[in-house]
Write a new protein. Structure first.
Length: 488
């Protein structure tokens, strides 16, 4: 099979650091989307629990972490919707564009609508838009490569570096803006970033040359009214549950956890029972199940950067830098700095190793285990008072976060495109993001058990659990590789 961008009689496109030139446009829009996403998320938790005198809403920390966890989970849960729209209605490319528009509107809502109303409207728009953009950007990157192209993992690592360029700059600028002019200016800056991303993407759309232009499995016209009715009913039910208190700030992360588990089980069942997939494709989907579980465990720890680690940076970290106390939001830029430094190293390593590189299950096992080790490294710094934890200690822990992330996240994105059945191309990417959704919402739930006065049991329990999952996955890796039927 020949790549859509690479006719059989031409050399492979290597116009962007040895990768297809269209990767540059996807790199750019994802970078700006991550600038706005992480810039906003960097100040969101503090906006929720800071007192009104500090410009915040004054919620308790448990409710605030629940909201942040639920929001993070909903972003990735929304990849199902984005993938379905791409596969059945609009195609990946147009879905990505319209999703970016929703994200920009969400940031504008946070900037101009006061109180919890702005939080509700803004986060819903951003979550739905981000879900649509993430699944389809990843799918489009996968479409740039022919099957068996050894550049694929390296290309995803470069794409992932773009994510982290945005993730680095976003919290720095929005944190600075919030410190000097307030939270709503920080949210407005995130909206400006997304607008720049939309402009850049629009100018570069021509380089995709038809990739993702059509829905691969179009929904029959006769079925569309039924789908519209179901969508309206779902929105009405959510609104009623919210107004009657069934969904509240205190339980919203647990609700998203439950919804994500149900969605994941249903999605696996739909794909595995479909008559549109071959026995080889079905075996590969089965192989993805233990990878899904390990990925969810990894993200339940990693996404605590925006909950537990954010509180830790605000209350426990010594943020004095040459006599100046920097904003706690800046801690969230440490991981992207390390990603920018090491993403190219990992991409080069996988390229140099070629077929000799570790299998995807082993990479997942290492990533999950290192993530658990990172949480164990909090223990030596535990037990101190406010502003007692050293900055270099936390930076070292976040370096372990980075190594774990580079072993699992870009590899997981790449693997989801390699294991995807043809009829569920984008939706298989959504399944990977469902593992991120589950982990992100669990991060909000787990963070509610974090107590500054009882840190050691918390860090030890979740750290050892993650290491155990990594060990089990490594033991199972030969069986998983057999199920993958030739995919490494």
């Amino acid at each position: 099979m020949i790549s859509k961008l690479e006719p059989q009689d031409t050399e492979p496109d290597r116009g962007f650091f040895g990768q297809p030139f269209a990767l540059a446009n996807l790199f750019g829009v994802e970078m700006w989307e991550r600038f706005s996403f992480y810039g906003m998320q960097g100040i969101l938790l503090y906006y929720l629990y800071y007192q009104a005198s500090e410009g915040g809403l004054g919620l308790d920390k448990e409710a605030a972490t629940s909201i942040v966890g639920a929001y993070g989970g909903t972003v990735y849960l929304s990849t199902i919707l984005g993938a379905w729209i791409a596969d059945r209605l609009l195609g990946s490319e147009r879905t990505l564009f319209y999703s970016a528009c929703l994200i920009m509107l969400g940031h504008i809502s946070l900037a101009i609508i006061p109180g919890l109303a702005g939080v509700g409207v803004g986060l819903v728009l951003i979550a739905v838009g981000s879900g649509g953009l993430k699944a389809n950007a990843t799918s489009l990157v996968g479409d740039l490569y022919a099957p068996g192209d050894e550049r694929r993992d390296a290309g995803f690592s470069i794409f992932y570096m773009g994510i982290n360029v945005g993730g680095l700059i976003g919290p720095l600028l929005t944190g600075w803006a919030q410190k000097n002019w307030g939270f709503h200016v920080g949210f407005a800056l995130a909206a400006v970033g997304m607008a720049l991303g939309l402009i850049q993407y629009t100018l570069g759309r021509k380089h995709l040359r038809g990739i993702g232009a059509a829905a691969p499995n179009p929904l029959p016209v006769t079925a569309r009214p039924r789908v519209a009715v179901i969508a309206i009913i779902a929105v009405v039910v959510v609104l009623l549950f919210s107004l009657t208190g069934v969904i509240s700030t205190g339980n919203i992360s647990e609700i998203v956890v439950a919804l994500t588990i149900v969605a994941a089980v249903a999605y696996f069942a739909v794909i595995l029972t479909s008559r549109r997939i071959s026995p080889t494709e079905r075996s590969r989907v089965f192989a993805f199940i233990p990878m899904f579980i390990a990925s969810a465990a990894f993200w339940s720890l990693f996404q605590q950067q925006f909950t537990t680690v954010a509180i830790y940076a605000d209350t426990r970290l010594d943020r004095n830098l040459f006599g100046w106390e920097f904003p706690p939001t800046w801690v969230q830029s440490i991981n992207p700095v390390f990603i920018i430094i090491f993403a190219g190293v990992f991409a080069t390593l996988w390229t140099k190793l070629g077929t000799r590189q570790p299998s995807s299950p082993i990479k997942f096992a290492l990533g999950t285990g290192i993530m658990g080790l990172a949480f164990l490294c909090f223990i030596p710094m535990s037990g101190g008072g406010p502003n007692s934890a050293p900055l270099f200690g936390l930076a070292g822990i976040l370096l372990l976060f980075t190594f774990a992330e580079l072993l699992l996240s870009p590899v997981g994105l790449s693997l989801s495109t390699k294991l995807a059945p043809a009829a569920f191309h984008t939706q298989m990417v959504a399944l990977f993001f469902l593992s991120v959704a589950l982990g992100s919402s669990l991060a909000g739930t787990l963070s509610r058990f974090y107590d500054e006065d009882n840190e050691v049991p918390y860090f030890a329990t979740i750290g050892l659990a993650s290491i155990a999952i990594g060990v089990v996955l490594a033991v199972l890796s030969p069986w998983i590789r057999r199920l993958m039927r030739g995919v490494n």
